[in-house]
Design a protein around this ligand. Structure first.
Ligand SMILES: Cc1cc2nc3c(=O)[nH]c(=O)nc-3n(C[C@H](O)[C@H](O)[C@H](O)COP(=O)(O)OP(=O)(O)OC[C@H]3O[C@@H](n4cnc5c(N)ncnc54)[C@H](O)[C@@H]3O)c2cc1C
Length: 456
């Protein structure tokens, strides 16, 4: 009897799953396997919010497999050792998995390939599972990746995408392969109160609602902080409960300016992935060094703490930082302006901010987080690396009535309209009645420091 193992990693779904489809087509029995990789925990990536979402995803995946006659096998330890063990226990002939882009994932895949080859077992790595257009498929002349988004997007848009695959009807798992218990969200402490629910079913519900509703107004509303009119699909893309290939197809079928703008954002996701695949060190090292001599963490300690706690005295910055803590998620416009505030106005190393985001974000992702931080810090792919976002101007433009600030900063809930963005301009008696800090930095001084640091 021919037997395969499907190793699930960041692709925790049954719909449009090329490794599972290939395994089911090619062999009679299949072991669906997830390994809780100790190296990921060791690197500090296993934080409560993402572990909780992951637990939801694994339960849902197991339930989906059981409905089809199968089950999920869960193991913990070194990923390569665990896959090899399962291969031996199941007497499997081949292993299927999705490709991935981080330095860790690339090393892991290579180790696994060699270990399996030594056992005479073939590893099949499938490209378009966690990405729509795989790294290296579109490249500019003379380089292995695009460093600028616009020309990348043009070429990306012309690429032919494979058709999404149907969900399998049955999955037959061999007997005798044991599993650890499924993890549970209930065992975790320190979760964000408003954390979203994980799992493929939940992701598909959100996707359907999004495609039927708000996607059509996405182009004009995606920056509206109070309107919160983006898809919230990022954690589902991060854990792979939704397929990017399927999302692009569905959005293109829907058509219109909103769906087009949404597809463009999905291309940003692929863009960062092809950068990281080519330059795995960009997860920690400056992609384009600007010779920054960041303020030391000791010198900037109070500023960093105020930023993390949402007590900078700039209401829109504080609102976004509190949303991050409360939901484990933050609106993209909030991510842009809080990151600019830390890296440029406070002139603190982008890695400090990126680490804090990764500690809390349910969609926290090496490619998207580190490369967006680098983009904002001006060490990445932004073609205007020295632009600085002014939090007051940003607030007036993207939260014109102040609703976003009042939602997340209850101390300011009584301040009406756009006055909420500049509490220091309120009449003295009103200002004095607020339990809200003064700005920790003067914006023009912050700007001058940054310009000087960058030799402008
Ligand atoms: C400093 C900073 C850190 C970020 N960290 C992360 C992160 O860790 N994980 C993450 O998924 N996104 C990150 N982003 C990108 C973006 O903010 C989020 O993807 C988006 O806010 C998620 O909300 P949504 O699903 O409603 O997005 P939508 O606006 O509905 O967009 C749809 C999808 O497109 C992708 N996307 C959107 N914007 C971007 C972008 N700028 N770069 C790459 N992909 C994008 C996401 O997968 C998103 O789910 C970061 C952005 C910044 C500026």
């Amino acid at each position: 009897m021919s037997i395969s193992v499907v190793l699930f990693t960041s692709d925790l779904r049954l719909h449009d799953h090329p490794p599972l489809r290939a395994a089911l087509d090619g062999t009679e029995l299949t072991v669906p396997l997830f390994v809780r990789d100790r190296a990921v925990d060791g690197a500090g990536f296993a934080v409560p919010n993402r572990l909780a979402f992951l637990a939801d995803c694994l339960r849902d995946l197991d339930a989906g497999l059981r409905e089809r006659g199968g089950r999920l096998v869960v193991r913990e330890g070194d990923l390569v050792d665990q896959v090899c063990k399962v291969v031996v226990e199941a007497d499997a002939d081949e292993v299927h998995m999705a490709s991935d882009v981080s330095a860790h994932a690339q090393r892991r895949e290579e180790r696994l390939r060699r270990a399996l080859e030594a056992e005479g077992v073939r590893l099949h790595v499938h490209d378009t599972v966690t990405i729509a257009v795989a790294p290296g498929v579109v490249t500019p002349a003379g380089s292995d990746h695009f460093a600028v988004f616009t020309p990348y997007f043009r070429r990306w848009s012309d690429e032919h995408l494979r058709e999404p695959l149907a969900v399998p009807r049955t999955v037959r798992v061999p007997d005798g392969v044991g599993s650890d218990p499924l993890p549970s969200r209930g065992d975790l402490r320190g979760l964000s109160e408003g954390l979203a629910e994980g799992g493929e079913q939940e992701g598909r519900k959100r996707l359907t609602a999004w495609m039927r509703g708000r996607v059509s107004s996405y182009e004009e509303r995606h920056d509206d902080l109070a309107g919160d009119a983006t898809s919230h699909l990022s954690p589902h893309l991060h854990f792979g409960t939704l397929s990017p290939v399927e999302l692009v197809h569905r959005a293109r079928r829907a058509g219109g300016p909103g769906a087009d703008a949404f597809v463009r954002q999905l291309a940003w996701r692929d863009f960062h992935r092809q950068v990281l695949a080519a330059r795995p060190d960009a997860g920690s090292a400056d992609y384009r060094p600007r010779h920054d001599r960041w303020r030391s963490e000791r010198e900037a300690r109070d500023d960093i703490e105020a930023w993390k706690e949402g007590r900078t005295g700039y209401p829109v910055v504080d609102a976004a930082m509190r949303q991050l803590r409360h939901e484990g998620w933050m609106h993209n416009r909030g991510r842009l302006l809080t990151a600019s505030f830390l890296a440029k106005t406070l002139y603190v190393d982008w890695r400090v901010g990126a680490r804090h985001f990764l500690d809390l974000l349910v969609d926290g992702d090496v490619a998207n987080n580190q490369l967006n931080w680098q983009w904002v810090a001006g060490t990445g792919t932004d073609t205007r690396p020295n632009r600085v976002l002014n939090p007051v101007t940003q607030a007036k433009r993207y939260d014109p009535d102040g609703g976003y600030v009042r939602r997340w900063v209850p101390e300011l809930a009584g301040v009406e309209g756009r006055a909420v963005h500049e509490p220091w301009r309120l009449p003295d008696d009103e200002r004095a009645a607020l339990d809200y800090p003064d700005p920790i930095v003067d914006l023009s001084e912050g700007l001058a420091r940054f310009k000087q640091a960058r030799g402008r």
